[in-house]
Design a protein around this ligand. Structure first.
Ligand SMILES: [Zn+2]
Length: 401
């Protein structure tokens, strides 16, 4: 018989049950709107009277509004319910080295306004600038009730201290973003690793991982981030550092990584690694020489992808090399958590037809046990990192879908 730890069990109070039912109903309205009360009862399995009591409260609190009246051949005509998208908005921030995007989104996660600012090298200066932009944004829309600010960050957040830790590509060290932003705006600030935020985006707005209890998102940008959902839960591990596959060394004598290690996965498979490699083969005519970035202008990663489209052989060789290294690291992710799905996020997915077969070749070389993981690409034009930042705030009211 398995022993239960009775000290660590919380009894479900009627309040807890009410809260769960409320989230279930609110989520069903979000995903099925417009929906009638009768259909809500059918979908949720809750009693009609419970659904009515919850929806009355949600209407009173202005989360939900009544819309059109439906037509039935007989009986009472149903009134359809919608989310009240006028009620409130959320601010989402996608913090990346170089550029930070800010967005105002409604309760459905639809962007109402967007702007970008450059990400400064000094955290204090950047935070002050960010505060100025947030204050201007909030002042410009005084009619809106703000539910909070969600931030996706290129690093890990300590769940206890809520400080940004381990963000080698920002080169900031440990930073407290939450306290100064909350103090300046009076709003709640929630932070999450960008890859994990993309996992939230998929749970909230996507269809590709529908029904998957185990999946990973891999963000390929300046570095490589991995967010993991295992048994339906986000995985944090010790100090929030779980999922740092990008900083596992895959070559002992590889190039130096910003984390201090040699030969990390991301120094071979990130966008920055590809740009460095392209510069080496373009300038020196062959790989293996020291980086020549700086002597001639390095292309952006988007430029590099355009060159691939134009049939540039050096660019194509660079992206194929990147795909091989992506496959090497993805094999580690697959063997670690045996996910149903891996969602790849980043500009590189626009070259999917080039990279997909190469990635699978590498994975199949390394994973000799029959795993049924699917790898799919996320449309980076839908801005999954930014949408995940919005979902961070939405989930406080709606719970995880
Ligand atoms: Zn590293």
């Amino acid at each position: 018989m398995r022993k239960m730890d009775l000290n660590n069990i919380r009894v479900a109070t009627s309040e807890t049950a009410r809260d769960i039912n409320r989230r279930v109903v609110l989520n069903l309205i979000r995903t099925h709107q417009p929906i009638s009360r009768a259909d809500l009862a059918r979908c949720s399995g809750l009693q009609r009277s419970t659904v009515s009591a919850i929806t009355e409260q949600l209407i009173e609190e202005r989360w939900v509004r009544e819309g059109a009246i439906g037509h039935l051949p007989r009986g009472r005509k149903p009134t359809f319910l919608h989310l009240n998208t006028d009620r409130a908005a959320v601010i989402g921030i996608n913090l990346r080295p170089g550029r930070t995007d800010l967005a105002l989104a409604d309760l459905s996660g639809r962007f109402l306004a967007q702007q970008s600012i450059s990400t400064g090298e000094h955290p204090k200066v950047f935070i002050n600038e960010l505060i100025n932009h947030l204050r201007t944004l909030i002042k410009a829309n005084p009619q809106i009730d703000y539910e909070g600010i969600g931030i996706s960050v290129p690093g890990r957040v300590d769940p206890k201290t809520q400080r940004l830790i381990f963000a080698p590509n920002l080169n900031w060290g440990e930073v407290d973003l939450k306290t100064p932003l909350e103090r300046a705006t009076g709003l709640t600030v929630e932070m999450e690793n960008a890859a994990t935020a993309c996992a939230l985006t998929e749970l909230w707005f996507g269809q590709q991982a529908e029904g998957a209890r185990n999946f990973a998102t891999v963000t390929v940008s300046e570095g490589i981030g991995v967010g993991m959902i295992v048994n339906g839960e986000r995985v944090y591990g010790n100090s929030g550092l779980a999922g740092e596959f990008g900083h596992i060394s895959i070559q002992d004598a590889g190039p130096q990584c910003r984390c201090g290690n040699l030969g990390c996965w991301e120094v071979f498979a990130s966008n920055n690694a590809a740009i460095d490699h392209y510069m080496q083969v373009s300038v020196n005519g062959r790989s293996g020489k020291a980086s020549t970035r700086g002597q001639i202008a390095a292309p952006s990663f988007e430029d590099l992808l355009r060159l691939v489209e134009q049939g540039n052989l050096k660019a194509l060789e660079t992206v194929e090399r990147m795909a091989r290294y992506l496959g090497q690291g993805l094999a580690m992710v697959i063997m670690s958590i045996a996910p149903d799905i891996i969602l790849l996020v980043g500009e590189v997915t626009t070259a999917w037809s080039h990279i997909e077969p190469i990635m699978w070749q590498e994975i199949n070389k390394r994973c000799r046990i029959p795993l049924k993981t699917k790898i799919v690409s996320s449309d980076h034009t839908t801005q999954p990192r930014l949408r995940g930042a919005v979902a961070l705030i939405l989930q406080k009211h709606f719970g995880l879908p």
